[in-house]
Write a protein that binds this ligand. Structure first.
Ligand SMILES: NC(=O)c1ccc[n+]([C@@H]2O[C@H](COP(=O)([O-])OP(=O)(O)OC[C@H]3O[C@@H](n4cnc5c(N)ncnc54)[C@H](OP(=O)(O)O)[C@@H]3O)[C@@H](O)[C@H]2O)c1
Length: 270
């Protein structure tokens, strides 16, 4: 692909230190784009792209990070709101405080970043925002209530933003990955205790989830999709990076709404 100046985009990817975000940074940098990832950790700078310090739950940190990119690169063409957390546990055991931590990251984190970059994008009447949601946004999953809830909220936020920003030439899209091989399972939030009544079912569900073959998929598949969206003149509102049963689950939800779909999900998790 050419790396002429019109092709080269300044891209900010939140959560560029591991998993899907890192894969996106690596791929886009290799294509010649000027890429800034983010991290909250003290890390060595990777080859090909820059990591800036940013905690998306902290407004001042987001402002500082975005200002740093603007100082260095002069503009931000593309934002990938990728940073996010998982959560697991019986809904009854999840305290509102724990749920708020998740929503603060997965929903308000993306909102803080959007608020910081939008004035520049509106001034230039151009921009692309890709919010990394999840297939889980489409349905509830046992023992992952607030993960689905946070991603469903991000979907509706994305849809609204897209309509509000269309007059300014800014495209907003949602990208829903299925399951990919990243560190997300190790950093999932968990309640301090699991009520005895849920213990067996919870352990079974987590076993099925943990042994899911789909987790072996390479996050670069998501990066490929991000790169494709970036060269699409009129991107769709929702993209899905998923295969087989996972993709089928979207169709199944449409074909068998309500209790029938819940039964299918419960059967999958035994
Ligand atoms: N893996 C999957 O199967 C899957 C499926 C569907 C959707 N997703 C979504 O994909 C996104 C990336 O997840 P992943 O699987 O790549 O997980 P991961 O390997 O655990 O990476 C998570 C990234 O988010 C960053 N992060 C977390 N909290 C942050 C905060 N408060 N401020 C700034 N950065 C923060 C981390 O950066 P630092 O810790 O370095 O700050 C890290 O780079 C998430 O939104 C996730 O929900 C993943």
């Amino acid at each position: 692909m050419s790396s002429s100046s019109s092709f080269v985009k300044v891209v900010l990817v939140t959560g560029g230190s591991s998993g899907i975000g890192q894969a996106i940074c690596v791929r886009l940098a290799a294509q010649g784009h000027r890429v800034f990832g983010t991290t909250r950790k003290a890390m060595e700078q990777p080859n090909g792209y820059r990591l800036v310090d940013m905690d998306i739950t902290d407004e001042a940190s987001v402002q500082r990070g975005v200002e740093e990119v603007l100082r260095e690169a002069g503009r931000i063409d593309v934002v990938v709101n990728n940073a996010g957390l998982g959560i697991q546990g019986p809904a009854e055991d999840i305290t509102p405080e724990l749920a708020l931590t998740l929503l603060d990251t997965n929903v308000l984190g993306a909102h803080r970043v959007c608020r910081a970059v939008l004035p520049g994008m509106r001034d230039r009447k151009a921009g692309l925002i890709i919010n990394i949601s999840s297939l889980a946004a489409n349905f509830g999953l046992p023992f992952r209530s607030f993960y689905s809830a946070s991603k469903a909220a991000l979907e509706r936020y994305t849809e609204t933003l897209s309509m509000e920003l269309e007059p300014f030439g800014i495209h907003v899209v949602s990208l829903q990955p299925g399951e990919y091989n990243t560190k997300i399972a190790t950093s999932r939030l968990k309640p301090a205790t699991i009520s005895a009544v849920y213990e067996k079912a919870y352990a079974r569900t987590m076993d099925v989830l943990g042994s899911s073959l789909h987790y072996s998929r390479d996050p670069d598949e998501v990066a490929v999709m991000v790169a494709e969206i970036m060269v699409t003149a009129k991107p769709k509102s929702v993209y899905r990076a998923a295969h087989g049963m996972q993709l089928f689950s979207i169709l199944a939800k449409k074909l068998f709404p309500g209790r029938r779909f819940e039964q299918m999900v419960m059967k999958h998790y035994k």
